[in-house]
Each structure stands twice: as structure tokens, then as C-alpha cells.
Write a protein that binds this ligand. Structure first.
Ligand SMILES: [Zn+2]
Length: 857
């Protein structure tokens, strides 16, 4: 009878057994070596998407493998549950953010359980619950006490329609992403975490993270952006009387300076604007633009010539014009820069636009007089056109300029960071309330720890824009903990990046009365393997590294780096499908089809709206021809999305997991294809049939198969440790082929049994089913990884080609390293060689040990 694996029945049965036995519960008290495997926890948007499935399948293979190799494994799951989408849903669908979020969590938990992940669900947490964020409030207060939190006025993007502060990412072309209203810059008092205090350490710590992708370390390095340069001032030329402070990372290029640019908020710009309407208009224009680095990079460089001049620090006769420019920010450094067009692209663009001089001062050998056209020169070289610096390298010239500036008293060598302190105030409802009370007499007063958590009130409405906490009738009105007078609560909530900056610590230890127990945390952390998307490579990882350092700084933890190993997996992609929009009723009536000249508006189609025939792809509903587009990241707008629920229902969890691990290297994108998932499903069934082929009476050893098996066990273990899942999968295919071809023997039976253990991390339901079917006791999830016999890892036999006059006539199998004369003797005795020689005496015999014997007659 054809054996067929029935995942719809088996998956749920094994999942219930694992749940019941609490198979994946991590024991804090275990004596085994520990392994903490963590995937970035999801935002509860409502549905698990296929990218999650890929991410969690990878972590799951490692977690299950580590259990099989004798580790106590912590593999938890939780929910990054605060954030704006819940508030948007509340406004659009009139549901409470809390209900929306908790319903989504329930749905997604059920989806994850269907995939059979080896998760310790007893440690599940959601950041939107007081038993999580209450402890975060305690940590915030600790940081406040330790001087790592401060409050200052800061410019924010204010959406005048939604009456809310927008993150830079929410400002698109100077307009609010939801309202479309022009965004205003406003000053608000905000809370900041002092991440810059750890700037050097965050940067230097990257060197120790040798199990992180280089690209992620580089991204962090660039974000932190430490540079050594010169802070100095330009002296004003009368009647102008204010000196302008600038900072330059390239003081070596000081003789290439041709202008000074200041921010719109710079006091000098403000002073100019007070008496000049045009300048005031220009400043207003600057303020309407975005403030992100990307926006500044791409926006057209605009300037306003103030008519003021300053003198060059090395030459009192040399005057430079002062421009107000849209690409200089007051919050950054001194709010003024020295423009060196030949060696900075932005300055060059600006200089060309305003016809300012461009003089090369650094050149590669032989290029000293090469003109600068449209590309600034930023490569190394030696100084030219720079008086006393001529001939020096860039580094030497930097040091020389800094030394002279310090000696002459007009500048100082300084290290600066691109990194800014972390503004954590959000004028939103669905977040962790900042545990502070504002008193008219005492100022901001921390909420006493005994009064934590400051619980987010759930009785709020979203019928009008703005923060519902501000207009809640009772919540914010409290007595000052210090003087007892009437006071108000802080209504800002914490940036949700704060929630994800320590969840991995709370997973390891969850006491009720404090954020964590140090001893228990230090048993598990740092996280040995962290897996997630590269889109979190900068902010999330940086904030988590900062938060861990802050805890170390306050004496609460004994380590600085939270994640020893990091892996960033590729995306799951899919073909895109488009059709021309079908003609409307009226168009059919009027024109019979599309109106003449209509070049066709296209619409996206989802894979299940498309029918495949030999003649091509057609739209199921209209019969229109479907155009196949590029393979792209799955997105709702392009409808190229595959719903994990549908495919699990069709193929079962194991085929889906298998497909997620096969085909592409895990760091690359994985194109989803029907044929791919079908191939996985067929292989699951092939394995299932193979598992039924243990023959009780089979005897005898099959040495090549034994060797293949042990090489495979060894190879897969190494592949899984290296997260090279596709390579492990390829080895399983090979082994399955070899077992299928082998004749019954004790070796073959052993190989089939071992194969079940080898696939257990990848296709756990199938493996459990096979294990039980083979009559094994206990769960395969608890079984040990097969032991490798090192003697079987080396190929100890070789096949020798026996040639006569260079032509292959026969082969012999001998022990590796067989001596030359023995090879000669065996080759001459090989039946086909004997036949060809037919009694002739060899003139010469050439032997290549372990390879061939060639007989010349
Ligand atoms: Zn007070």
C-alpha cells in the first residue's frame, strides 16, 4: 500500500503532545550547557506573513538541533505590541487599540502554533501589558536617577491637522503621511536617553561582534559616525561682528574653502532675517523641508547670500562669503560648515549653483593640476595649492592644521559623533506611559516605584485627532508625590523602540516584583544567536546595545553586548501579476470595449486570482491576459502575497518549513514558487515512504552507505551551526537517494532510523510520526543527535583506473595508499586488462598512486 503522510491529522496531534508535555520549556536550573536562540519578536499586525515563517523556521531548526545535541535551550516568543498601527486601526475601524492588538496576538499565536515551532510559550510576553511595561517604567526611573535621562526643548515635526508629532519617516515631501498637511517645525519639551554617553563604547564594542554580518557592523559604525576633526571659528569682517564656529572633519582642506554655510536657525541667520524680508522668506522655505539625512542628501541644495564675510584663519586678507543654506542643521554640530567644493560633493553642487571658486587641494600623484569637473575628489592623496601643507598626506595635514590652530588659539582638535541622543517622547496613546508627574512647584517628579505600573487607561476615544491621554477626564490629574499639590501626569509615551530594547532580558527572567533577576539573566544571556531582518540593523540593535550598556553602567547586569551572534535573513519574494483593468459597463456600452486611446490602467492580481494554462496566464474573474512581472518582496499593495494559513492547510507545516529552508542560502532572498512548495511536499512523502522501509530481518553491513551516513550526520551538524540550512537540506536529499538505491541491510535500516533524526529539526511532525511508527519510545524532539563515527568520515578506499595505452580498460578498488608495485600487480591481473594484453609483455607501467595505472605495450 502506498504510504501517505497526513499532515492535517499528524501536525495537530504532535503539537498537542508537545504542548501537553511542555517539551520546549526552558529550565533555569538546568546543569546542561545553555543556548539562547531568539528571533526578532513580531509586531502583532494581525497575520503571520511568509517572511515570519522563514525567520522562525531558521531559528527553530537551530533550537531543535541544539536540544538534540544536549543543550538547555531558551527559544521564546512574544509581541512588540505597542505602536501606531493600532491607533490608526482605532481611528479607521472604530476598535480600541487594545482589543485590536490582543485579537491580533491571539490570531498570530494560533498561526505560529500550527507551524510547530519549539517555543517555550510559558515565557510569552506582550509589551502592551502592564506586567511588562510597568517594569520598563521602573528601568526608566533607574536611568533617570543615574543621569541617563534628561529633558530638553527640541524641534519636532508637527502635523497641524492630526495634531500630533510625526517621526521623520512619517514626513513625506514635507507633508504629514496621513493628513497630507504641510508639516510645521515646533519646539516641545521632550525626554531624551543619553545614548551619546556610550558613543565610543558602542563603536569600539562592534569589534568584538565577530559573529555579526560585516554589513551590519558597518551600518552601525556609520550611524554612530565618530570622526576626529577641528572645531574652530571664522573671524567676522566689519561691520559684521559675530564669529562663526564651525566643525570640520577635513581641516586638511582648509585652503580649498570658498564659502561658509549656516543653518536657517543659526543666530546669525536670524539676525540677518530680522532686517531682510528675502532672507526671512528663505528661512521659512528651509523649515518646510524634511530633516532626515536622506532628505537633506536628495533635496536640491539652496542658499541665500547674506552679504556678510568672514576671514580665513590662515590669511587675514582672504574673505569668504556667508550663506544661509538648507542643508545645514542647527541641531547638528555648530550649525555652520566650511564649504570646500573640490573635495565634498554637496559643497561642489552648491558652489556650481552659486558660482563660487572651486580649487583642488588634494591630489593623487600626477593629478596635481587636473581640474575638478562635476565630481568632488574624496580619495587619498597629497596636499597641493595649500602653502605650508603642500606635499603632506591628508593625515599629516590634518594633524598640522589642528596643531597650528591650537597653538594660535583659534581652534581645537575634537572628536564628534553623528549619533544624537535618543528622543523617546511620543505624543501618542498606545505606548508605555512615561512615569513622571509635572508639578507647578516641584517641576517634573518621578512616580514613586511603589506606584508602578502607571497603567494606560483603556477608556479612551479616537473620534478626534491628538493624544487621548491629554483629554482623558481623570487619568492625568494626580497629586504631586513630592509636595502633595494638584499636578498632572506626563501624557507622552515612550518610543516603542524602548519596549524592544530589553524584551530579550525579560524573556530570560520574569519575576513579578522587578524587571529581572540578575543571576538568572546572566545564566542565559548574551543571546547566542539572534535572527531577524536587516531592516532592524541600525536602530533596534543600537538601542538594545545601548539599553544593555545602561543596565551594566547602573550595576544591574555584568555584560555590555546583548547579542553574541546575529544573522539577517533574506526576504521571501514572489512574481507579480498584472492585468489591464476590465472595461466598465458604461465603456462597454459606449465603445464596446476600452475607450479609444485608453492605454489601460493596470491592476495587480494575487496568485490565486490567476489561472495557468498552456497558452499563458489568465485572470480568473475576467479571463483577461495576465502579465507576469518582476519577482519582488511580497507586499499587500502588489498582491503578490502568499498566506501561510492557506499553504499549511494544503501541504502541512513540514512541507512549508522545508521549502523555507531549501533552495536559497538563508541570507539571500527566497523566491516563492508553486513548483517549489510542491517539490517540498513530494519530498516529505518520499521520506515518509522511506521511513516505512526498515526490514526487520535485514542483515549485513553496507560500508559505502555507512560512510555516506556518517559524513552526512557530520556535515549537517556543521551546516546547521553555520546556519547554512540549504546546504543541510541538499545533504539530506543526497542521503535519501543513497538509501533508496541501497539493498536491504542492517546498515540501511540504521540509515533510515538516523534519517528521521536528521530531519527532526526541519520537519518535526513527520519525524515524530516516523519515530513512533518505527516503534521508538519517547519523542524524537527529546532524542539525541546521532553520534558520528570518526573512522567513517575518511574515505579509506579508492578506485584506480586501469589503462592500456592511455585507454580505460578496467577499474580496481583498493585501500587508500596502496603501494606502487601492489597496484601494478593488481592492474595487470584485472580481467579486461588481461584480455587486452593477450599475453603481450608491458614495455612500461606508469603508476599514479590512488589514481591510475597506465600500461604501455
Ligand atoms: Zn510638587
Amino acid at each position: 500500500m502506498q504510504r501517505r503522510f497526513n499532515p492535517l491529522e499528524a501536525d495537530a496531534r504532535w503539537q498537542a503532545i508537545w504542548d501537553d508535555k511542555q517539551s520546549f520549556r526552558a529550565d533555569d536550573a538546568s546543569e546542561k550547557p545553555r543556548s539562547y536562540v531568539l528571533e526578532m519578536f513580531p509586531y502583532p499586525s494581525g497575520r503571520i506573513h511568509i517572511g515570519h515563517v522563514r525567520n522562525y523556521s531558521m531559528g527553530d531548526v537551530l533550537a531543535r538541533f541544539r536540544r538534540m545535541t544536549g543543550h538547555e535551550v531558551l527559544h521564546p516568543m512574544g509581541w512588540d505590541a505597542f505602536g501606531m498601527p493600532a491607533e490608526n486601526a482605532a481611528m479607521e475601524k472604530k476598535v480600541h487599540p487594545g482589543n485590536w492588538t490582543r485579537d491580533n496576538i491571539a490570531n498570530m499565536r494560533a498561526q505560529l502554533k500550527k507551524l510547530g515551532f519549539a517555543i517555550d510559550w510559558s515565557r510569552e510576553l506582550a509589551t502592551c501589558e502592564p506586567d511588562y511595561y510597568g517594569h520598563e517604567q521602573a528601568l526608566f526611573l533607574d536611568m533617570l536617577e543615574a543621569g541617563l535621562v534628561y529633558r530638553k526643548e527640541s524641534a519636532v515635526n508637527w502635523d497641524p491637522v492630526d495634531m500630533t508629532v510625526l517621526a521623520n519617516e512619517q514626513v513625506i515631501d514635507g507633508k504629514g503621511w496621513r493628513s497630507g498637511a504641510p508639516v510645521e517645525k515646533r519646539k516641545l519639551s521632550q525626554w531624551f536617553l543619553k545614548i551619546t554617553q556610550f558613543g565610543d563604547d558602542l563603536l569600539d564594542g562592534l569589534k568584538s561582534l565577530d559573529q555579526w554580518p560585516d554589513k551590519v557592523r558597518t551600518m552601525q559604525e556609520n550611524w554612530i559616525g565618530r570622526s576626529k576633526g577641528l572645531q574652530f571659528h571664522f573671524k567676522p569682517v566689519a561691520p559684521f561682528d559675530t564669529q562663526i564656529e564651525v566643525y570640520s572633519t577635513r581641516p586638511d582642506t582648509i585652503f580649498g574653502a570658498s564659502f561658509v554655510a549656516i543653518a536657517a536657525d543659526h543666530p546669525v541667520a536670524q539676525a540677518v532675517a530680522a532686517g531682510n524680508g528675502e532672507a526671512a522668506d528663505f528661512i521659512a522655505l528651509c523649515k518646510a523641508g524634511g530633516t532626515t539625512a536622506a532628505e537633506l542628501e536628495t533635496a536640491e541644495k539652496l542658499g541665500f547670500d547674506t552679504g556678510l564675510t568672514v576671514t580665513h584663519p590662515f590669511d587675514p586678507e582672504w574673505q569668504l562669503p556667508v550663506f544661509i543654506a538648507n542643508f545645514v542643521l542647527m541641531d547638528y554640530g555648530t550649525g555652520a560648515v566650511m564649504g570646500v567644493p573640490a573635495h565634498d560633493q554637496r559643497d561642489l553642487d552648491f558652489a556650481r549653483k552659486y558660482m563660487l571658486p572651486v580649487e583642488r587641494v588634494v591630489a593623487a600623484e600626477g593629478d596635481e593640476s587636473a581640474p575638478i569637473h562635476n565630481e568632488a575628489y574624496s580619495a587619498p592623496g597629497r596636499l597641493v595649492n595649500s602653502r605650508f601643507l603642500d606635499g603632506m598626506t591628508v593625515e599629516e595635514a590634518k594633524a598640522e592644521v589642528i596643531a597650528r590652530a591650537e597653538a594660535e588659539g583659534w581652534g581645537t582638535g575634537t572628536t564628534v559623533f553623528r549619533l544624537r541622543d535618543w528622543g523617546v517622547s511620543r505624543q501618542r496613546y498606545w505606548g508605555t506611559p512615561i512615569p513622571v508627574i509635572h508639578c507647578a512647584d516641584c517641576g517634573p517628579v518621578p512616580v514613586p516605584k511603589a506606584q508602578l505600573p502607571v497603567v494606560l487607561p483603556e477608556d479612551v476615544t479616537f473620534d478626534i485627532p491628538g493624544n487621548p491621554l491629554d483629554r482623558h477626564p481623570t487619568w492625568k490629574h494626580v497629586d504631586c508625590p513630592s509636595c502633595g499639590k494638584a499636578a498632572v501626569r506626563e501624557t507622552d509615551t515612550l518610543d516603542t523602540f524602548a519596549d524592544s530594547s530589553w524584551y530579550f532580558i525579560r524573556f530570560a527572567s520574569q519575576p513579578k516584583d522587578k524587571p529581572f533577576d540578575r543571576e538568572t539573566v546572566e545564566k542565559w544571556l548574551p543571546v547566542g544567536q539572534y535572527i531577524g531582518g536587516v531592516e532592524h540593523a541600525i536602530l533596534h540593535l543600537l538601542y538594545a546595545r545601548f539599553w544593555t550598556r545602561a543596565l551594566q553602567h547602573m550595576g544591574q547586569l555584568g555584560f555590555a553586548e546583548p547579542f553574541t551572534g546575529l544573522f539577517t535573513q533574506g526576504m521571501v519574494t514572489h512574481e507579480t501579476y498584472t492585468v489591464r483593468r476590465p472595461p466598465t459597463e458604461q465603456e462597454r456600452e459606449h465603445f464596446g470595449w476600452y475607450p479609444p486611446g485608453d492605454d489601460g490602467i493596470i491592476e495587480w492580481r494575487s496568485p490565486d486570482q490567476v489561472v495557468r494554462t498552456d497558452g499563458g496566464l489568465f485572470d480568473r474573474e475576467t479571463g483577461l491576459k495576465v502579465k507576469v512581472g518582476r519577482v519582488e518582496k511580497m507586499s499587500k499593495s502588489k498582491k503578490n502575497v502568499v498566506d501561510p494559513d492557506d499553504i499549511i492547510a494544503q501541504y502541512g507545516a513540514d512541507a512549508v518549513r522545508w521549502f523555507m529552508l531549501s533552495d536559497s542560502p538563508p541570507e539571500r532572498d527566497l523566491p516563492w514558487t508553486e513548483s517549489g512548495i510542491e517539490g517540498s511536499w513530494r519530498f516529505v512523502n518520499r521520506l515518509w515512504r522511506l521511513f516505512g522501509q526498515i526490514e526487520a530481518g535485514a542483515e549485513g553491513q553496507d560500508k559505502p552507505l555507512d560512510r555516506k551516513l556518517h559524513q552526512t550526520i557530520d556535515g549537517i551538524a556543521k551546516d546547521i551551526e553555520a546556519l547554512s540550512f540549504n546546504k543541510a537540506v541538499a545533504k539530506i536529499y543526497e542521503l535519501a537517494n543513497a538509501v533508496e538505491k541501497a539493498a536491504p541491510s542492517a546498515s540501511r535500516n540504521a540509515a533510515i532510523r538516523a534519517l528521521a533524526l536528521l530531519v527532526a529539526p526541519m520537519t518535526p511532525h513527520l519525524a515524530e510520526e516516523a519515530w513512533a511508527d518505527m516503534g521508538e519510545t519517547g519523542l524524537i524532539a527529546d532524542a539525541a543527535w546521532p553520534v558520528v563515527d570518526p573512522a567513517l568520515l575518511v574515505d579509506d578506499e579508492v578506485t584506480i583506473a586501469c589503462q592500456v595505452m592511455g585507454k580505460l580498460r578496467d577499474t580496481i578498488t583498493v585501500a587508500k595508499g596502496t603501494a606502487k608495485d601492489e597496484l601494478e600487480r593488481l592492474a595487470l591481473a584485472a580481467p579486461n586488462v588481461v584480455r587486452i594484453l593477450d599475453g603481450a609483455a608491458p614495455k612500461k607501467i606508469i603508476v599514479v598512486p590512488d589514481r591510475l595505472v597506465n600500461i604501455v605495450i
